[in-house]
Write a protein that binds this ligand. Structure first.
Ligand SMILES: NC(=O)C1=CN([C@@H]2O[C@H](COP(=O)(O)OP(=O)(O)OC[C@H]3O[C@@H](n4cnc5c(N)ncnc54)[C@H](OP(=O)(O)O)[C@@H]3O)[C@@H](O)[C@H]2O)[C@H](O)CC1
Ligand SMILES: [K+]
Length: 510
């Protein structure tokens, strides 16, 4: 039984590269599996057994008791399989169901028939069992068939679960979490572990669903990627599988110029941000790094990075002149710059130079009321790195979940878009999309975004394709944050890149 684990807040490498599907895509793949001759009830049985194996792996000491909460559909059916399997292992299993035995149909009815035990009503009273402790709760109320907000008795049960010391294992999806968007519809239990089938669902990786699902297991139930309709356009879990082959690593033939000359537009107001980005670009391998800044700002940039070049460039005209030097391979404009017309002009000058470009911070907000100008840029090697606030000001008309909005922004702008957060989404204008699953919460510190912009610049400057540079930058940023952990400040991140690259080089790229 192949189970892929993604422990919450830890590396997602085990699920990296996997398609991230919607309920509709999952159902289509399920049908393809059935069409290949696999009986649907066998798939349900495999799904139920996978939940039990995951529980055994997560909690090696068997629970004395289990309380299975079963809904009216096939998610409930899975629950009855789990109940029987746990009972066969000697666990004292109790089942509470949303409807009586005779109302079940199809595979779920077969699963109910195989459960010989008592079935209580699904109501808060059924949770009394938990008071005895040493009990696991199996949430098999709703899965990908959730069709509307949870209410009534089910809502009351979910509320009564909050604060229970007994861990909750969600079957497929925490009941009440929209599998496509990660939204909480009415109410949902906070799981300790979620076991899903085939592939991760969008709602497992997007907030808030990601926080409700917690540890995630993806169980193989016999589906193949080829069963998925429109596989090429389906988002993927970010990780080395998406960018490793394009990661620029130096060879004996390299020298500073072949490793790319990156340029960062710097100012006098927030030089710290520009310095963090510059340091990160150098740490990730840019052969040379120049900060272009007005003369009065030069002392800020000369203090701590002797290897960094500082050139005078006043505004867009100065930047334009500098970029006539064809040896510059990529530019970053915005980190540490005010959101004003000067900055906007510098972004436009950098875009007009035809060089790969990262637009961050003030460089984005400078277009707050002129999103259509950004739309005119239309180049995949122009990478926008907004956080949600900046995104909302740039694309105020876009609605829907983060994945849908980011994709649409990439399509509209014709650029690569990285919308940052605990569930960062990377989207290319060609429709390729990745969701980052393992950014540690320690990254929520000032300057962290500037480091990310610098990492992406450094990779772009070395000639890495834009989508891969963005995806790799986000991953490496997360790996550095995880490597440091508690007490992380942005200044620590660039200095951890060498360790992250060393670890990567030790991992065999199978
Ligand atoms: N994907 C796979 O490969 C497999 C999935 N399995 C499991 O099956 C579920 C999906 O089962 P499905 O029956 O389609 O849907 P659910 O069980 O998730 O829920 C649907 C039933 O729940 C009712 N419903 C939906 N929302 C609500 C609500 N807010 N309040 C009350 N009732 C609700 C819905 O009723 P309708 O009135 O809308 O018809 C349905 O009765 C999947 O998640 C997996 O766990 C297979 O077992 C294995 C293969
Ligand atoms: K569930």
């Amino acid at each position: 039984m192949k189970l892929r684990w993604h422990r919450h807040g830890r590396s997602a490498e085990e699920i990296a590269g996997l398609p991230v599907v919607t309920a509709t895509e999952m159902r289509a793949a399920e049908q393809a599996l059935f069409a290949r001759g696999t009986p649907s009830f066998d798939v349900m049985s495999t799904a139920g057994r996978a939940v039990v194996v995951a529980i055994q792996q997560r909690w090696p000491t068997p629970f004395k008791r289990a309380l299975v909460l079963a809904g009216p559909g096939n998610n409930g059916g899975d629950g009855f399989i789990v109940a029987r399997e746990l009972a066969n292992l000697g666990c004292d299993v109790h089942v509470a169901a949303a409807q009586s035995r005779d109302l079940y149909s199809g595979d779920a009815a077969r699963a109910v028939a195989l459960w010989g035990g008592h079935i209580a009503r699904l109501e808060p009273g059924a949770l009394a069992k938990l008071d005895e402790g040493d009990c696991v709760v199996v949430d098999a109320i709703f899965g990908i068939g959730l069709a509307r907000p949870v209410e009534g008795q089910v809502k009351a049960v979910i509320h009564a679960l909050h604060g229970s010391p007994c861990p909750i294992v969600a079957v497929d999806v925490p009941s009440g979490i929209d599998a496509d968007t990660g939204e909480v519809l009415g109410a949902a239990p906070r799981a300790a572990l979620t076991v899903t089938f085939g592939w991760p669902k969008r709602g497992h990786l997007l907030l808030p669903g990601k926080e409700w699902a917690r540890d995630l297991v993806v169980a193989d139930i016999g589906c193949h990627d080829a069963d998925l309709p429109g596989l090429g356009a389906i988002p993927r879990v970010n990780g080395t599988a998406l960018w490793r082959n394009d990661l620029p690593l130096p060879s004996a033939a390299d020298h500073k110029y072949t490793r790319g000359h990156a340029l960062v537009a710097g100012g006098a107001t927030m030089p710290g941000a520009t310095r963090l980005a510059s340091r990160a670009a150098r740490r990730i391998g840019a052969g040379m790094l120049t900060v272009a800044a007005p003369r009065e700002a030069h002392p800020f940039y000369l203090i701590d990075q002797p290897g960094l070049i500082v050139r005078e460039a006043a505004g867009a005209a100065g930047l334009k002149t500098l970029l006539e030097d064809r040896r510059f391979t990529a530019t970053l404009v915005g980190s540490g710059l005010p959101a004003d017309s000067d900055t906007r002009a510098m972004v436009e000058a950098a875009a007009a130079s035809g060089r790969a470009l990262v637009i961050d911070g003030g460089g984005l907000t400078a277009f707050a009321d002129a999103g259509d100008v950004l739309a005119g840029f239309g180049r995949a090697d122009i990478i926008l790195t907004p956080h949600e606030g900046e995104f909302a000001r740039l694309f105020p008309s876009l609605k829907g979940d983060k994945l849908v909005r980011t994709r649409e922004a990439a399509r509209i702008a014709g650029c690569t878009v990285v919308v940052k957060g605990a569930d960062t989404v990377i989207a290319g204008p060609d429709g390729r999309t990745a969701i980052n699953a393992d950014a540690p919460a320690w990254l929520a510190t000032a300057g962290s975004g500037d480091v990310l912009a610098g990492l992406i610049l450094g990779l772009l400057g070395q000639g890495m394709p834009a989508f891969e540079a963005a995806a790799a930058g986000v991953s490496l940023h997360g790996m550095a944050g995880a490597a440091f952990g508690p007490g992380l400040i942005a200044e620590d991140l660039p200095e951890l890149i060498p360790e992250v690259l060393r670890l990567l080089s030790e991992v065999d790229p199978e």
